[in-house]
Every structure is written in structure tokens, then in C-alpha cells.
Design a protein. Structure first.
Length: 314
């Protein structure tokens, strides 16, 4: 009988956790003849009563485990912590808000059991209920990322996936501090089967992903799995050097023949070129910042509390 570990990152999810727990327990009971389950809730420095709720479930259900961070380290850190703690033959990552439907788990389990796949991933085929501007930029991100990176990212792919122990071990070998899991999942390869479903809105609570956080997350993806921004910066440098030579010739001709210099035109040009330079410097700075954080070798997360059933080695 296979053991299935369910990793659930939680940040201010006190309202959603009871709904999630009820649903996942139903699935676990229905699959009890084929698999045993362990639940690993990762409290990512929640400011509400999430930790209190997790303590209660841990006491009444031996399958429910939790670890709690000393502060908010982000979902990437929470997923990494869960993967390190998981002891199952198959490991799944799921959100507590039920946007990742637990009802897909039996099908995902059966597909892995066939031996044909190493990972069963899920992707949304619609973004119903999501703001249109957010959906537009999300699709744009996937298009750009797949153009500039060798690591394929599937549009609409969720973190919700069921993986074999072998694939999880490969993911854990990638120990970088700056983590972009969607890229890491694609980078390690293995055979992936995608299950499609329509978007499901949160069962309770509010999303923690603001537009600003999503934008910064996208920047992490660009810099983590592509050096194309640096190449673009170099190309822009050559292009503007060429343009500047042409404009210098035009300005000299204009000065000697028409004896006047279009001051506003030159001023706008200076501001434009200066802006391009600052953007390029910023791109280089992003890569330097990532390298700076890597060489400091700080822990990705710090555990403040755990229940006794969770293994102690990190």
C-alpha cells in the first residue's frame, strides 16, 4: 500500500482549512484500500488563528501534521519545507482554499500507479472569476517565459501536482535560495501528465497574491531560468550606440546648415536613453542581487514549532 503525503502551505487560512480538511479526509477514506495519507500543513507565519486550528487538527487526527515558521517566508519556502518533511511514496502540493480540487487525487493516484508517469500536474483551462487584467498579464508571462527560457512552463499550470518520490528527490537536490518552483518542476524533467479543469474560486478568505506580488514573482521567474534579459540589455546598448552616431551626424548637419539646435528634441532623447540605461542597470542588478543572496547561504526558512509526529531532520 502506497503512502501519499499532502503538503498544504498556509498563510492566514483559518477560514479555509476546515473546508479543506473535510474534503481531503473524504478522499482519504475513499482511497483507504489503496493508500494511506499524511497531511503536512506548513504555517507560513500566519497572523490569524491558522496555527491554533492546525494544533487542534493535529491532536485529533494522527494523519495531520504541521510545522510553523518563525515568520512569513513565502509560499516557495513553505513548499520546500513540506517536500523535505514528506515521507510518502507519492507527494502532492495543494492550496488550502480548495482552488486545487481534492476530487482529482484518485485519478492522479491511478495514473501514477500505472507506472507511465512520474508526475500528474493540473492546469486551469479557464480563468473565470479572475480580473481580466490579471489574466492578460498571466498569459503574457507564460508566453514571454517560454520564448526566453529553455525550461517549458505550461500556461495555467498550478502548483497542485502529485509526484513520485524520485522526482521529489530530484527537486530537493536543487538547493538554491531563490526558488521558482514552476521552473524547477519543469527543469528536472520526468514524464508529466496534465489534467485540465476549469477555474474554481476560493472557498473562503481572500487571496494573498496581489498584483505587486505576482509581478515580483514573475521577475523571479525571468531571472531564475533565463539570461535573455541580459542579452537584450547588451543588444539595446549596441542599438543606441548606433542611433547616437546617426543623431550626432544629423545634429552637426542641422547646426551648420540651419544654425539651430532642437533643444526639446535633444532633451527628450537624453531622458529616453537615460531611462533605457537605468532599466539595463536594473536588470543587471537583479542578477547580482540573486547571486548576493545565494552566496550568503541563509536558510530558506526557519521552523519555530512543529508537532511531535513530524520528523525532526531538515
Amino acid at each position: 500500500m502506497k503512502k501519499v503525503s499532502i503538503i498544504v502551505p498556509c498563510y492566514n487560512e483559518q477560514e479555509a482549512i476546515p473546508y479543506f480538511y473535510d474534503e481531503i479526509v473524504k478522499i482519504a477514506d475513499n482511497m483507504k484500500n489503496n493508500a494511506v495519507f499524511e497531511l503536512i500543513f506548513v504555517n507560513d507565519g500566519s497572523k490569524d488563528e491558522t496555527l491554533k486550528v492546525l494544533r487542534e487538527y493535529s491532536k485529533k487526527d494522527e494523519r495531520a501534521n504541521y510545522i510553523s515558521f518563525s515568520r512569513n517566508f513565502g509560499k516557495e519556502a513553505a513548499m520546500l519545507a513540506g517536500l523535505k518533511e514528506a515521507s510518502g511514496d507519492y507527494i502532492a502540493i495543494m492550496d488550502a482554499d480548495l482552488q486545487d480540487p481534492p476530487s482529482l487525487l484518485p485519478q492522479m493516484f491511478d495514473l501514477l500507479e500505472s507506472g507511465e508517469y512520474d508526475c500528474i500536474g493540473t492546469r486551469r483551462v479557464t480563468r473565470k472569476g479572475e480580473p481580466k487584467i490579471r489574466s492578460f498579464f498571466a498569459r503574457l508571462f507564460y508566453k514571454i517565459m517560454n520564448k526566453i527560457s529553455d525550461t517549458e512552463l505550461v500556461d495555467g499550470a498550478r502548483d497542485f501536482r502529485l509526484m513520485t518520490r524520485q522526482m521529489v528527490d530530484a527537486i530537493l537536490e536543487m538547493s538554491e535560495y531563490n526558488r521558482f518552483s514552476k521552473g524547477i518542476f519543469g527543469f528536472v524533467g520526468f514524464n508529466i501528465k496534465w489534467l485540465e479543469y476549469e477555474n474554481i474560486e476560493r472557498v473562503a478568505g481572500q487571496t494573498k497574491w496581489s498584483f505587486r506580488k505576482l509581478f515580483l514573482y514573475a521577475l523571479d521567474g525571468f531571472t531564475a531560468f533565463s539570461t535573455m534579459p541580459l542579452i537584450i540589455s547588451t543588444i539595446l546598448g549596441f542599438v543606441f550606440c548606433f542611433i547616437s552616431v546617426i543623431l550626432l551626424v544629423v545634429s552637426l548637419i542641422n547646426t551648420f546648415i540651419f544654425t539651430n539646435i532642437p533643444l526639446l528634441y535633444i532633451t527628450c532623447l537624453i531622458f529616453f536613453v537615460s531611462g533605457i540605461q537605468l532599466v539595463c542597470i536594473g536588470i543587471v542588478g537583479q542578477y547580482l542581487a540573486k547571486a548576493y543572496l545565494e552566496v550568503k547561504h541563509r536558510p530558506v526558512y526557519i521552523v519555530k514549532e512543529r508537532n511531535e509526529k513530524v520528523k525532526t531532520s531538515l
